[in-house]
Design a protein around this ligand. Structure first.
Ligand SMILES: *Cc1c(COP(=O)(O)O)cnc(C)c1O
Length: 367
């Protein structure tokens, strides 16, 4: 069976370096907010070409803390509305509601699965104070249009870059387009820790300082608390793991792009709708390779019989989740609902071999 994602194989490639990094942390005797986190933050700055990176405990907390910081600064008030794509992973929506804000779900563009300028425009009201753009499946949203629109309309712009490390428009990567961005280093993400991890990037120094306090009990100096913060620190062990893996991230993205190219060139089946490859290779880092089928159950069964494990991202849209029954039960998003009924993800791990890619292609084509 070709597994959908073999995280053990991914990390085995760097086993010696990871063990050495773990040994370094163990022997240092310092496990929270030390040299590893500092070094990772600085290395991530260089890689992302951003001014500030703040290591956070996970991606959801990263997004939530940005909203909390804006509330602390008086730029947002609890109850303000935030635009978010209706077809995102639920964590994006959870970050908004956890900060006491109101998500305004917007249908995505069907070709890219991301927010479009048209979609954002159509959802605009005077209540909207911010946009949470999600670079879904690893493809960057049209930030060259969304960022100017947000600044012209005084909207705060937060990027959910949990799936899109390195996706760029004209060499400018996600993480630097908005007022801030949240990254996830969950083990299955393109840059994955060996546990939970996340980061916030931003350009503004004062904002970075505020985030550093909010992740650490609202404190800059031990036992002096100026904000009602929380504990959302990235730990030294995960920072050390991430420092090893960050060095290979661009290589991995290229491996993913090569697999996506081959899938798109060689898969040919009327019953399967392929993703659209952007003209600029940098725009997509292929966190997921998502196809669509009107006969999804039969397709997954067929793939499994042919030795290929597929997954669904995601089977239930946020507005259909029980968790949001009160808020969203009356809402309908036909395109989002159709997407959730039809999507299937093919394996696109950087560790799968040429032979395995050929097996996946043959299996799709014989459906
Ligand atoms: C994974 C993910 C998150 C949350 O990140 P965690 O580190 O798992 O908390 C947020 N948004 C999107 C789009 C994600 O895929």
């Amino acid at each position: 069976m070709i597994p959908f994602l073999d995280i053990k194989a991914i990390n085995s490639r760097y086993r010696d370096d990871l063990v050495e990094a773990a040994r370094r942390v163990i022997d240092s005797g310092w496990y929270v907010l030390g040299n590893e986190v500092k070094a990772f933050e600085s290395e991530f700055n260089s890689w992302c070409k951003t001014n500030h990176t703040i290591g956070i405990s996970n991606g959801l907390a990263a997004l939530r803390l940005v909203f909390e910081a804006w509330i602390e600064q008086g730029k947002l008030e609890r109850g303000d509305s935030v635009i978010v794509p209706a077809n995102t992973y639920i964590a994006s929506v959870l970050a908004i509601t956890a900060a006491g804000l109101k998500p305004v779900l917007v249908e995505p563009d069907e070709d890219t699965y991301n927010l479009s300028l048209k979609g954002v425009r159509s959802a605009m009201t005077s209540e909207i104070k911010a946009v949470l753009v999600v670079h879904l499946y690893g493809r960057i949203a049209p930030m060259d249009q969304l960022a100017p629109f947000c600044s012209e309309n005084n909207l705060l712009l937060l990027e959910d870059a949990a799936q899109s490390h390195g996706a760029a428009i004209a060499g400018k990567a996600c993480g630097v387009w908005g007022d801030a961005a949240g990254f996830s280093f969950y083990p299955g993400k393109n840059l994955g820790a060996l546990g939970d991890g996340g980061a916030i990037t931003c350009q503004d120094e004062e904002f970075a300082k505020l985030i550093k306090a909010l992740r650490n009990y609202g404190s800059h100096r031990k036992y002096e608390n100026i904000y009602q913060g929380s504990n959302e620190r990235l730990d030294e062990m995960q920072a050390a793991m991430l420092r090893v893996k960050l060095q290979y991230l661009n290589e991995d993205s290229n491996l993913r792009r090569d697999i996506a190219d081959q899938y798109c060139r060689q898969i040919s089946n009327d019953k399967i709708r392929l993703p659209i490859i952007p003209a600029d290779r940098d725009e997509h880092v292929w966190h997921l390779f998502v196809v669509r089928s009107k006969m999804r159950d039969e397709f997954i069964e067929h793939m499994s019989k042919n030795g290929v494990q597929c997954m669904i991202h995601y089977p239930i849209a946020p507005h259909k989740q029980l968790a949001y029954q009160t808020e969203f039960a009356s809402l309908s998003f036909p395109l989002t609902e159709r997407i959730h009924e039809e999507v299937v993800s093919l394996p696109i791990s950087p560790t799968i071999s040429k032979d395995e890619v050929n097996t996946v292609v043959a299996a799709v084509n014989s459906f």
